[in-house]
Design a protein around this ligand. Structure first.
Ligand SMILES: *[C@@H]1O[C@H](CO)[C@@H](O)[C@H](O)[C@H]1NC(C)=O
Length: 294
């Protein structure tokens, strides 16, 4: 082989590799619910299909329901395929979140606020560090989340927490320890999901009440694979920290395309962002200064 060919081969490898590594590995879709998760309450309000590779949470006037991961995790990529309550879902909230179990707990939240038929859902996100939240952001989605399954995920490593909807970053919370902001780094979290009635606040601030004549309300789930570093609740550090794909360099910041997509979500779909709420926070919260466009 001539030098010329070797040069071209090197050039190709150099160009292909970063792209190939930047996407998370494909995750198996048919992992049964029971491998990684258990019901949390109202066990009879969870229905299992296809050998448990798909489940449905049912909310009626007696109760909602929920489930949680068996394991606790310190960093990883946590995703779920969810189809939200269809039709008149006003007053209902479907949540998918990570939370530690201590009193000064850390939490990373997706909350989907239902609506009257044909009216848009709101996706609210929040981050708690050391027991303190108050970092809400709210967006509309660019699709109807009740028609199909969509993927909602959290990438959490020592550098950032990224909220993604179908691989589009909708929010990033950078580690701003250097600015005096607490970042979740040493408390393992479990993964939770639930469907419940929250008509005192969820839809148009509580004006729209749950119409129980439309019950039962049903949300469907798939994708029970977990890509995380499993830790015991007491463990401060996870053995594999620094070795897994979500820790690698290309996941420590958004790339240019991801920043562009995040800006698109911000400019087109954002309803509320605590970072820009000067009434509530006269001074920009320090972690928000890490956001490139605030
Ligand atoms: C429900 O629909 C109304 C009217 O379009 C809208 O103002 C509101 O933001 C929607 N979502 C929720 C959860 O209230």
């Amino acid at each position: 082989m001539s030098l010329h060919y070797i040069f071209i081969a090197l050039l190709l490898t150099a160009q292909l590799l970063p792209g190939a590594l930047a996407a998370p590995p494909r995750r198996p879709v048919d992992v049964p619910f029971g491998r990684n998760y258990v019901p949390t309450w109202a066990f009879d309000h969870i229905k299992y299909n296809n050998g448990g590779s798909e489940i449905q949470l049912v909310l009626d006037k007696y109760t909602g329901t929920g489930f949680q991961s068996k394991g606790s995790y310190l960093f990883g990529h946590f995703s779920m395929h969810i189809k939200m309550v269809a039709g008149d879902s006003a007053g209902t909230v479907t949540a998918f979140y990570l939370s530690s179990q201590n009193s000064e707990h850390d939490e990373i939240d997706f909350e989907f606020l239902g609506n009257r038929s044909g009216q848009p859902y709101i996706l609210q996100t929040n981050v708690y560090t050391g027991g303190k939240g108050d970092k809400e952001q709210r967006i509309y989605l660019w699709f109807d989340p009740t028609k199909d399954f969509h993927t909602y995920s959290v990438l959490w490593n020592a550098y950032q927490i990224v909220f993604l909807v179908d691989e589009v970053p909708i929010r990033v919370f950078k580690n701003s320890k250097d600015l005096g902001v607490k970042f979740p780094f040493d408390q393992p979290m479990k993964i939770y999901s639930s469907l419940w009635n929250a008509d005192d606040w969820a839809t148009r601030g509580g004006l729209e009440k749950t119409d129980w004549s439309k019950a039962p309300f049903v949300a469907s789930y798939r994708g029970f694979h977990v890509d995380g570093c499993e830790a015991s609740v007491q463990a401060r550090f996870c053995e594999s920290q620094g070795k897994r794909w979500w820790d690698q360099r290309q996941f420590r910041d958004l790339d240019a395309q991801q920043w562009r997509r995040l800006r698109w979500v911000r400019s087109k779909y954002t309803i509320y962002n605590y970072c820009t709420d000067r009434k509530r926070y006269p001074a920009v919260p320090p972690e928000c200064r890490r956001d490139r466009d605030i």
